[in-house]
Design a binder for this molecule. Structure first.
Ligand code: MG
Ligand code: MG
Length: 256
């Protein structure tokens, strides 16, 4: 990925379009969340998201993303040790799994990008704590998305919290600016040094996405050449919102 990508500030009218992209994306994820239960296949979840996005006049943003081969689905569905980029298919979710679902929607040329992680039925105390810490890390990161803060403040806040809880963050995958492209500048890592990095400005839109691992910061790419899993097989979680930086503070765009 080319992180020399430009940082593109959005006007209020562009932010309104991005809010609609985020809303459609959130509706798709809400429908997927309601369908998650033991026995459902990840391909069935993908179909649900596709239908909701199309019904509202959006387009799936992930479909066709270049990689080893063009990304083949609307969602990424990553189960247990899978961290991100899991390809939907015949896998059936089981009681006790934790599943991370990431979705992107294009509406009138702008992208909304968001992810949730949820347990399937009863999950272990460790899995519960992992999910709680990952959501709290997202909140902590969002809180930093204000004019005058820097990218390093965001990463440092997330890192000190997550590592303080005894979990790990990948350094290989990061948050990012988002707009007409799903990946714009700045790159927003989930680690950093306070006071360092690019200054945040009103009009920036950031996809902030803690990716938390129980046992290691190392990851591996599976044989399908897309799915990223923890290197040690330990549980992982990933949550994300697309957030506008405004003079009045952070505004989450990927909500219903
Ligand atoms: Mg995403
Ligand atoms: Mg993203």
């Amino acid at each position: 990925m080319n992180w020399a990508r430009a940082i593109i500030l959005k006007s209020p009218s562009e932010l309104e379009i991005m809010r609609e992209a985020g809303r459609i994306n959130a509706l798709a994820l809400q429908a997927v969340r309601e369908a998650i239960r033991p026995g459902v296949t990840t391909a069935e979840l993908d179909e649900i998201a596709y239908e909701v996005i199309r019904k509202h006049g959006g387009k799936p943003a992930f479909l066709g993303v270049p990689g080893a081969y063009p990304y083949p689905a609307t969602l990424t569905v990553s189960v247990n040790d899978e961290l991100v980029h899991g390809i939907p298919g015949k896998r059936r979710l089981q009681e006790g799994d934790i599943v991370s679902v990431d979705c992107g929607t294009i509406f009138e040329g702008f992208v909304g990008d968001s992810a949730f992680t949820v347990g399937v039925g009863e999950i272990s105390p460790l899995a519960k704590r992992l999910i709680e810490v990952t959501y709290r890390a997202l909140e902590i990161g969002i809180e930093q998305l204000r004019p005058g803060k820097r990218v390093g403040d965001v990463g440092a806040a997330i890192q000190s919290y997550v590592e303080g809880e005894g979990f790990f963050l990948t350094k290989e995958y990061t948050g990012h600016g988002v707009g007409r492209s799903m990946w714009e500048g700045p790159q927003v890592p989930n680690y950093g040094v306070p006071g360092r990095g690019i200054p945040l400005r009103a009009g920036m839109v950031i996809a902030i996405e803690p990716m938390v691992l129980v046992g290691t910061e190392r990851t591996k790419v599976l044989a399908d050449q897309w799915t990223v899993a923890s290197a040690d097989g330990s549980l992982t979680a990933h949550v994300e919102h697309t957030v506008a930086v405004t003079e009045d503070g952070p505004v989450v765009l990927t909500v219903p």
